[in-house]
Ligand binder design. Structure first.
Ligand code: ACO
Length: 434
């Protein structure tokens, strides 16, 4: 390690100094290795929300927020969206390489063969209230999978880990669709092996015993795109939750269930739902888009335009650029006869005004992926409370890929952040006063 690959930290209170190594990535921002800091200088680092902290090595996804870049295994998301499909992306995230034709055929067969659920799992659904939120059902049922497969899994055996990954990717659409069916009092539809991943999900959501659902190819393509764009996003809150839970060598199904719980929060997976609620408010206010724009710009008003801005992407969300086109095509195809046409009109007006408004331009506030995915899902007839569930179906492959990578990493340890204690100093328990 040369001197220029280090950072010197001087403690001005003691005069002690320490050289900390700089670790270089294959792409992106270098990282200061602070592991010796506590042992040599007696300090922890303080970084709420881990916004400046790299917690692991990872070779799954690369993200550059300033330049609006997202790559899975080095492949730009734009190229994957144009030329790949969700199952191929799953293989790429899990294995680090695109599959050959033979590998893809084999992978597809494996996933197809795992789509059924153990019949006894059906009974878990009836334990929930009829009006339970589908995300609550997902957290419970995916966690319950650990009771079905716990003893069989040796997480240190790569083959066992891959079987768990395949089971999760395959079963998640069935679990998700059945959450919807249960909460709507509809009978469960079994998966159909001749259908592709997205069509099969739509079939399990919308087929009735009386009427078979024939998936619209435009919807199938749009859903597959939503799955691709949400498949992974490196160390976000739910993925970090899966890593942290799995770091104790917990059962993978339990770890993924923890990830689903984290995703459920409105600050993470719930944003596209918030977009539709905002658009509904706009329509109900006689389409006063300007009023909402003014509210978003007003410093004294806590209101923000939902689906605008991003914590990491400070110029443009590359996923939004891709999905915007699909959204516009889909809305044009639907025409004005759709029951949500007023809402779609308000969305397009809002997008137009915000893209031309100085306030939004100067702050680089563009519509993000959630703005468009919410509109697409609504157009497909997906109920609002299923939006985050669909995100969870897509993100499952990202979660299991990170879990697998973490178990393999020789530097991986049980997650144990430290704290800056600001509580009471030691004191005695009060004695009884006579
Ligand atoms: N509407 C109006 N103004 C906004 C918005 C918005 N949606 N987002 C940011 N701003 C303004 C802020 O008021 C601030 O203005 P100022 O410089 O005059 O004080 C400036 O833009 C910078 O905002 P920050 O809060 O510093 O940006 P930050 O990176 O912290 O926030 C966030 C990002 C949370 C996504 C924010 O843009 C937001 O709340 N957006 C709406 C919710 C949303 O769509 N979330 C989904 C994110 S995408 C995802 O999770 C997949």
């Amino acid at each position: 390690m040369s001197k220029k690959d280090t950072v010197t930290l001087i403690d001005n209170s003691t005069g002690k100094e320490i050289e900390l190594p700089i670790l270089h990535p294959t792409n992106g921002i270098s990282t200061i290795d602070v592991r010796q800091l506590y042992r040599k200088l007696g300090y922890f680092t303080y970084d709420p929300g881990f916004l400046s902290t790299a917690s692991c090595h990872s070779s799954i996804t690369y993200l550059d927020g300033l330049n609006g870049e997202l790559q899975y295994g080095g492949y730009p998301i734009e190229q994957l969206a144009d030329h790949s499909n969700f199952l191929e992306v799953c293989y790429l995230l899990l294995e680090g390489e695109l599959p050959t034709k033979e590998e893809f055929a084999e992978f597809k067969t494996i996933i197809t063969e795992h789509t059924m659920l153990h019949e006894a799992l059906k009974r878990f659904y009836s334990g929930f209230r009829r009006d339970a939120h589908p995300m609550a059902i997902m957290v419970g049922v995916v966690g319950a999978l650990s009771a079905f497969y716990h003893d069989e899994i040796d997480i240190h055996d790569p083959k066992h880990r891959m079987i768990a990954a395949h089971q999760l990717i395959a079963k998640m659409p069935t679990i998700a669709a059945w959450s919807y069916r249960y909460s709507h009092g509809l009978p469960f539809e079994y998966p159909r092996n001749h259908l592709d991943y997205a069509s099969n999900f739509l079939h399990m959501m919308f087929s009735l015993p009386t009427v078979a659902y024939v998936p619209d190819p435009v919807f199938v393509k749009a859903l597959d795109l939503i799955f691709i764009l949400h498949a992974d996003h490196e160390q976000n809150a739910s993925t970090s939750t899966v890593r942290l839970t799995g770091s104790s060598e917990a059962n993978p199904f339990a770890a993924i269930s923890a990830g689903i719980a984290s995703l459920w929060g409105p600050a993470h997976g719930g944003a596209n739902e918030a977009v539709i609620r905002m658009l509904t408010d706009i329509v109900e206010s006689d389409n006063d888009v300007e009023y909402y724009i003014e509210r978003a710009k007003n410093k004294d008003d806590r209101f923000r335009l939902m689906g605008f801005g991003h914590r990491i992407y400070k110029n443009y969300d590359p996923r939004a650029r891709i999905i915007r086109k699909t959204c516009h095509e889909l809305l044009t195809g639907l025409g004005s006869s759709n029951e949500y046409s007023d809402l779609f009109k308000a969305a397009m007006e809002l997008e137009q005004i915000a893209l031309e408004d100085e306030y939004f331009i100067s702050r680089n506030l563009y519509p993000n992926v959630d703005f468009y995915s919410g509109i697409i899902l609504l157009a497909m007839g997906v109920p609002l409370n299923m939006f985050t569930v669909i995100f969870a179906v897509a993100r499952t492959v990202g979660w299991v890929s990170h879990w697998d990578e973490m178990i393999q990493d020789p530097e991986s340890r049980i997650g144990r952040p430290r704290q800056l204690y600001v509580g009471a100093l030691p004191r005695d328990y009060p004695k009884d006063s006579d």
